[in-house]
Design a protein around this ligand. Sequence first.
Ligand SMILES: NC(=O)c1ccc[n+]([C@@H]2O[C@H](COP(=O)([O-])OP(=O)(O)OC[C@H]3O[C@@H](n4cnc5c(N)ncnc54)[C@H](OP(=O)(O)O)[C@@H]3O)[C@@H](O)[C@H]2O)c1
Length: 312
Amino acid sequence: MKAVRIHEFGGPEVLKLEELPQPEAGPGELLIEVQAASANPVDYKIRKGDYPAVKADQLPIVLGRDIAGIVQKLGIGVSDFVEGDEVFTMLPQDRGAFAEWVAAPANVCALKPASLDMVQAASVPLAALTAWQGLFDHGGLKAGQRVLIHGATGGVGPFAVQFARAKGAEVFATASSDGIEFVKGLGAHRAIDYRAERFEDIVHDVDLVYDLIGGETEDRSWQVLKRGGALISTVHEPDAEKAAKAGVQASRYTAQPNGEQLREIARMIDAGEVKVTLDKVFPLASAAEAETHLENDHVRGKVVLTVGAQHR
Ligand SMILES: NC(=O)c1ccc[n+]([C@@H]2O[C@H](COP(=O)([O-])OP(=O)(O)OC[C@H]3O[C@@H](n4cnc5c(N)ncnc54)[C@H](OP(=O)(O)O)[C@@H]3O)[C@@H](O)[C@H]2O)c1
């Protein structure tokens, strides 16, 4: 099968399209013929050697975490799926998505939303699970609370805005000026142009700051939080001293694969409660170009790779 691997850390040129043996479905796993895979910032962070969980002695690895595809074989003990099922998943860290075939634990897979095609479905898992777990599992967001979402226009942010809105929260979200209408369209009560406005002049008494940006944005966020509130970051461990001074709980987390949450997300998508935004689609062989685009070009939504013979 074809797959995109790295043998060393470096620039986009270290991504190699290679011929690899097809994986097999172990006990409790599904063998999936991949139709599409999506790119996430973690892929280029790994490629550059900037992601602490992947060290040089673990290379070579196939990049990518998100796929949508067709179940072609069931491992021993799988009873929740049948061959031919169209599924989507965020793969565990130890296997890569930029490949024509993957073996995935059945318990992290879900039937893809019927209303989405394979390319749209592949764009969902990691970004949507990140938003879900950040807002609800770590941030404890509840109906009627006020949330400020930093970085609402990329991969994760649009899901976060829509999940928070669907939960019944009051949603403030930061974006650059050309993303303001997009973010309002996702349901934000107030979209804040982070280059032209200061969010701390606009919003206060926030129950949850959901931070996809970090740095100076995090630093300026303590003052808008209610005492007893929370700041949850995807990017780095928040400053514990500043959190204590503000009287809030603060943490960074790593999103985890979760089949049950994906099923609920698929239900919301099929019910029209959550929309999927695609930025750009590339073929698997152009994975390096796709990553460069994601890293440098101010994406709006997700970057997806089409996979398989039908796309070559
Ligand atoms: N911990 C985890 O498990 C986990 C999971 C997923 C993602 N992440 C991390 O979370 C971050 C976001 O992920 P993503 O997939 O959403 O990234 P992304 O697709 O690159 O989107 C980031 C967005 O932030 C916007 N932005 C940049 N500076 C901003 C600022 N100062 N204020 C508000 N918005 C700003 C960008 O738009 P403009 O450039 O147009 O401003 C861009 O649309 C990445 O660092 C990623 O690695 C962590």
